[in-house]
Design a protein around this ligand. Structure first.
Ligand SMILES: [Zn+2]
Ligand SMILES: [Zn+2]
Length: 330
């Protein structure tokens, strides 16, 4: 009898929490949409260009060899001419030192002192270096001391360095802006997610001479449709490449709690019973096909193997795997 009583209370609590979250979701979606439509987006004048671009995944769900560590997080090294940018700093789920990021950098002969800039796509745990970092709005390259050079660090919201890397203070940028000739932030696109709440996510756009714009994305909570619209509004050049996370944990995910696909719930702006599904992957593929990119590379950190297969089939030779240690040369 007591067990039934406890179960009823538990069920009532769960229903109340879901009802509260659903109400918050409705209000949050409106707020995000109001903010998004109020943003005045104009063509970037004189964005500049780079001659060469290489992207090397340093943290990802898959790797190009057993010498690398993997996890459901993102950190990409971007070499655009002489500028070396780190996009996000991975998850470091086990709070290690050296972190998977530092371990993989060491394996690839990459030094922290060689970085020219750090660019954060958004303030989620799998991009900031951990759960604690997300909670306190800080970032950590590892859970041990790391000396960062005095370089620009950009984030879409106010962010502080952690005690592990007490170096340069991040600068919050929300609008489209040219960071250095040929490399731009496309500006935040707000979205309200069922569990993660209000999320401001940014992405990088690199203008490669004679080719076009390569968009480099963290988690893709903005939706690829809106990322493409934003990029076309900022540049005259065609979209040449789309690389990174687009968040399609459909028919599987990288963070499972028993049978529950956590990524499908946390990263969607719909309630769990109406979350991401196969038709969303089809819509994304159709939106990307309209701009005919020459390179499409979907991050496995927040998309399932099934979604990756759909992309591989849809884009054929243009599709490129995203794996730690495997360079994507544009
Ligand atoms: Zn992510
Ligand atoms: Zn995210």
């Amino acid at each position: 009898m007591i067990i039934i009583y406890i179960l009823c209370i538990l069920a009532a609590c769960i229903v109340l929490i879901i009802a509260k979250k659903t109400l918050e979701l409705q209000k949050g979606r409106q707020r995000a949409e109001t903010q998004r439509t109020a943003m005045k987006i104009e063509k970037l004048s004189d964005p500049g260009e780079v001659q060469t671009l290489t992207l090397l995944p340093l943290v990802e769900y898959y790797a190009d060899g057993p010498q690398f560590k993997t996890e459901p997080g993102v950190s990409y090294l971007i070499d655009a001419d002489d500028t070396r940018i780190l996009l996000d700093v991975g998850f470091n789920k086990k709070k290690e030192h050296p972190s998977p990021l530092l371990h993989n950098m060491e394996n690839l002969g990459i030094r922290v002192s060689d970085l020219d800039m750090i660019f954060f796509s958004h303030l989620h745990l799998d991009h900031l270096g951990g759960m604690r970092e997300q909670k306190h709005k800080t970032f950590s390259l590892s859970h041990g001391p790391v000396t960062l050079p005095d370089i620009p660090v950009y984030a879409p919201e106010p962010l502080s360095p952690s005690s592990w890397n007490p170096g340069p203070r991040p600068q919050a940028i929300t609008g489209p802006i040219i960071l250095t000739p040929g490399i731009a932030s496309i500006g935040v696109i707000p979205r309200y997610l069922f569990l993660m709440g209000y999320t401001l996510e940014n992405a990088l756009a690199v203008n490669v001479a004679g080719k076009g714009i390569v968009i480099i994305i963290g988690c893709g909570h903005q939706t690829i449709e809106r990322i493409i619209d934003r990029t076309l509004a900022l540049f005259d050049e065609p979209i040449y490449g789309i690389i990174g996370g687009l968040h399609y944990p459909v028919r599987g995910g990288r963070i499972m709690l028993g049978p529950i696909n956590i990524q499908r719930i946390v990263g969607s702006d719909r309630p769990p019973w109406n979350g991401l599904q196969e038709s969303d992957v089809d819509s994304a593929i159709n939106a990307i096909k309209k701009v005919s990119p020459k390179i499409v590379a979907l991050s496995p950190h927040d998309s399932s193997d099934w979604a990756i297969d759909q992309f591989r089939k849809a884009f054929g030779d243009a599709y490129v795997d995203v794996k730690v240690g495997k360079k994507i040369i544009i």
